[in-house]
Design a protein around this ligand. Structure first.
Ligand code: CO
Length: 215
């Protein structure tokens, strides 16, 4: 209960601080939202993306799930994506992974975690597909990081294959897709693939790593 109480207390303090400087701050933002970004990230509590990037309310549409997956049959993600691209007209769709991701770690191991095992099937596939490259990694930590990077790349590819993005590109090459990784240890976002505006670009990204992309 103490922790919950803290939420309300902090909320009240923040509202007081913000409105002391700018009395209409919340009122202005209660109207229409016009975000430039759709953020697809991991549900992990250590990735407070709005705080890290300094965006204000109304600037970023957010979807999060375990290990930032873009699964073509995920109605939740598809509805968010379609709304963001076709109604809100976002210019940028960002897939953001993070190092020390528990979901990625689970997909790399053999232990069973219940439902999440089904959710991470695609990620296990990525690990298997890149096994040669991963076995060559200098250390277990490097291998872990590499899977996080590859997972982001794979999800950017998956995004590029969705009908929502394909149709948008046919109409005028928006949105741009971006992949990045957040490093919990230093707080920095690391770009993995930026300004992707066509399926060939994603293919190039995989090929530059000498790895077959497959389907
Ligand atoms: Co995670």
């Amino acid at each position: 209960m103490e922790n919950l109480k803290r939420l309300f207390e902090n909320n009240r303090k923040i509202v007081e601080e913000v409105t002391a400087d700018d009395p209409d701050f919340f009122k202005r933002r209660a109207g229409k939202q016009e975000p430039h970004f759709l953020f697809i990230g991991c549900a992990d509590s250590r990735v407070p993306i709005e705080t890290l990037t300094g965006v204000s309310p109304g600037e970023m549409f957010v979807h999060r799930n375990i290990a930032n997956q873009v699964v073509s049959a995920d109605m939740n993600l598809l509805a968010v994506l379609q709304y963001a691209v076709e109604v809100l007209d976002v210019k940028h769709v960002i897939v953001c992974g993070h190092y020390q991701c528990g979901g990625v770690k689970a997909a790399m191991g053999t232990e069973s975690y219940g439902l999440v095992d089904y959710w991470l099937a695609g990620l296990r596939d990525t690990v298997r597909r890149h096994s040669g490259e991963l076995e060559a990694a200098a250390s277990e930590e490097e291998r872990f990081k590499r899977v996080v990077d590859l997972n982001v790349l794979r999800q950017v590819y998956n995004l590029s294959r969705t009908p929502v993005v394909q149709n948008a590109w046919k109409r005028g090459r928006r949105p741009l897709l971006h992949g990045m990784v957040y490093d919990l240890h230093d707080g920095f976002l690391k770009p993995i693939a930026l300004q992707v505006d066509g399926a060939d670009k994603v293919r190039e990204l995989f090929e530059s790593r000498r790895q077959p992309i497959g389907d």
